[in-house]
Design a protein around this ligand. Structure first.
Ligand SMILES: Cc1cc2nc3c(=O)[nH]c(=O)nc-3n(C[C@H](O)[C@H](O)[C@H](O)COP(=O)(O)OP(=O)(O)OC[C@H]3O[C@@H](n4cnc5c(N)ncnc54)[C@H](O)[C@@H]3O)c2cc1C
Length: 411
């Protein structure tokens, strides 16, 4: 069988190599529009490539895959994060798992992943055609022909085509698929930080609070984790997670929304009251400025006192019920007006792409166009940061490889 893979990224290479590992009865050609392969893998994880996650802290896949959770659950039955770990180690890439559960190559160098893929491709005789942008895929009785951008001459016939062209921030990015029976969900950005212009909080840039909980007014989902104050607003894992959960709704609102920050990640207000009462009992004559509840960074604590309209020069004993309530409120429900977003330079993915309704979730094959497969970010699957996006590329790529190999081996 002749197989064409469109897109030489993580999903494209992983599909190609695994396909050849599973069967030798295929010839595989990868078409890549740019002059370089695996460009995103190269920059991933700040050049270190956070290639998966130990999933130790993940109770439900829905918390990491806001889109594609069900499909990923199925794909994990065939190829999960442990399989990824073993696959890379078996192929000579030593890995390390950080305390935050993110997995990287021990070399801390994404180039090692690229070299491994290129060596394996070479070993398996996988053909790689760079500077070969595919404009369209034409279905014929005997198979598929690909139409390249730079020539009117179509390619030879392929028995199966795998689309691994990645995400696109614009719908036009999916034009190549327009002649095929695939539904496209409008793409919108995910994983971005929030702009809070003209708010004094931004004077605290560089401040990190390890465990906050954040939510948007009128949106169900909330996110927890570390928050970083930046010179334009807020970022950090909690914010990036929330941007992913609310990617579509934030786009609809043109990135204007009310953000509520619970600085102490404590949803039961009574407990915060109790914490303040405990401080008052032990420090009644001390100034508010000198004792920081929940060990909050001192500049942030002073700013929160201002936001609560309580003077930092007061003593804890002088707070009174109203003062305590105002502080509890600012600690648990501190509101900011988001106006605009900023890209998170370490990772950027799109939410949207080929609808999962268009494919068989067990094989990743188009429901209406047999022998057309899809894997990776071109599908409407995306994740929060932490190695989960690349894991989706490995899992879906492996499923496609196995589906094609099973077909070939059963012929
Ligand atoms: C800066 C950055 C850092 C990241 N860091 C991480 C990380 O550490 N961990 C993590 O899990 N995820 C990370 N991600 C996300 C992750 O890189 C992507 O989710 C993943 O690369 C998607 O793989 P893919 O193969 O589906 O698509 P891509 O890697 O985007 O590959 C698609 C390929 O197809 C090619 N192509 C597109 N259209 C055509 C066409 N018509 N003809 C031929 N070729 C075409 C493209 O040029 C590209 O090479 C990061 C993303 C970015 C941008």
């Amino acid at each position: 069988m002749k197989i064409a893979i469109i897109g030489a990224g993580a999903a494209g290479f992983f599909t190609a190599i695994n396909l050849r590992e599973l069967t030798s009865d295929v010839s595989v050609t990868i078409y890549e529009s740019s002059s370089k392969v695996l460009s995103k893998v190269y920059v991933s994880g700040g050049g270190r490539c956070n290639l998966t996650n130990s999933f130790e802290e993940i109770k439900s896949l829905s918390t990491v895959y806001p889109r594609g959770e069900k499909l990923m659950k199925g794909a994990f039955k065939l190829f999960n994060h442990n399989d990824t770990y073993n696959w890379f180690e078996d192929n000579g890439v030593k890995l390390v798992t950080q305390s935050d559960c993110c997995v990287f190559p021990q070399s801390q160098d994404s180039q090692e992943i690229i070299d491994t893929f290129l060596d394996l491709s070479d070993e398996f005789g996988i053909k790689i055609k760079t500077s070969s942008q595919i404009r369209s895929i034409e279905r014929e009785a005997e198979g598929f022909r690909l139409i390249l951008d730079n020539t009117e001459q179509p390619t030879d016939i392929y028995d199966a085509v795998v689309v691994t062209t990645g995400g696109s921030p614009k719908r036009e990015g999916f034009n190549m698929l327009s002649s095929l029976p695939l539904d496209i969900i409008d793409p919108v950005p995910s994983l971005f930080s929030f702009n809070i212009p003209n708010d004094p909080i931004t004077d605290l840039m560089g401040t990190v609070v390890e465990n906050v909980s954040v939510k948007l007014q009128g949106v169900k989902s909330k996110a927890t984790g570390a928050l970083l104050v930046t010179h334009w607003g807020v970022s950090g894992p909690a914010i990036l997670k929330l941007s992913s959960y609310a990617a579509r709704i934030l786009k609809e609102r043109d990135y204007n929304a009310k953000l509520s920050i619970n600085w102490v990640a404590e949803s039961i207000e009574k407990r915060v009251h109790a914490e303040l009462t405990y401080i008052i009992e032990r420090n009644s004559q001390k100034l508010l400025s000198s004792i920081r509840p929940y060990n909050l960074p001192s500049r942030l604590w002073l700013e929160l006192l201002k936001r609560a309209d309580v003077s930092e020069e007061r003593r804890w004993a002088e707070l009174g019920i109203k003062g305590i309530n105002r502080i509890v409120n600012v600690l648990t429900n501190d509101e900011y007006e988001i106006s605009g977003k900023s890209n998170f330079k370490d990772e950027f993915v799109t939410c949207g792409g080929v609808s999962l309704e268009s494919i068989n979730p067990v094989t990743m094959e188009s429901k209406e166009c047999p022998n057309l497969y899809l894997a990776g970010e071109v599908l409407d699957i995306d994740a929060i940061t932490g190695g989960f996006n690349l894991q989706a590329a490995w899992s879906t790529g492996y499923v496609v490889a196995k589906s094609i190999a099973d077909k070939v081996n059963n012929c």
